[in-house]
Design a protein around this ligand. Sequence first.
Ligand code: FES
Length: 282
Amino acid sequence: MIRRFINRNLLDRWDWGVGIADFYSSVDRFVVRPEWLRSFFHGTWLGHPLHPLLTDVPIGGLTIALVLDLLGIYDGANWATLLGFGGLILAAIAGFVDLDETDGKARQYGGVHASLMLVAMAFYIFSLAVRFGYAPGTPYHATLTAALGYLFIVMGAYIGADLVFALGNMVDRHAWRSGGTKWAALDVTEVPERQPTKAKAGAQTLVLVRVGEQISALHDVCAHAGCSLSEGKVVGDTIQCPCHGSRFKIADGSVVVGPATYDQPAFEVRRAEGKLEARRVR
Ligand code: FES
């Protein structure tokens, strides 16, 4: 009920989120350019999105800092704030790189989420400056600004969680797709060389790629955000998604370039009595 109220009355009306997300993306794409670095911050190497993992550091550090501040243990609070702020910067970089590859409502919510976190960072910068003697103020001012920053983090985290749990952003599109050992007939008999070809195998939609005599098959729905890989292109030994550029190995579906972080379900293909059949192998 609370979520519905917030979404209907605030988030869904804040369409400035898309415009601000576009602005953040223009800056971020200029700063974080190399493909390998972007994949690193997406978490492609980890097989898991990196941003939610990194957010544990600022949330933990800044929560401890707030408690220590309230107990009057300022030395400990200062260092915990510094640790949390360092984590906040890393989480922000990963978050901005993820935000670049969003569309629709996820982009709108992402723009709002990022803006709240930037406001939080501004409060924490001031708090740290006071704590370490770079700005005038007392422990009271350091604590007050940190508490305001923490409030914005809580609001931002709420929207960040909605991005994942309500909108399914960065969730594996094949999370609920089970395997299966049976061969299923494909509705195509010919596959042009190195040309992604869409085919049905029972209820599953696959993309087939033939290299020489070898035909490989992956699920057609991109694990990142659901685009059709058969509308993409073959790049070396990979297939590239047309939407955000993720690349998966044709042979086994492993993700090699993000934003996707999860592998693509892979199928083996055989020819039986002149027809093509496929079954899932991973
Ligand atoms: S849907 Fe985003 S890379 Fe495929």
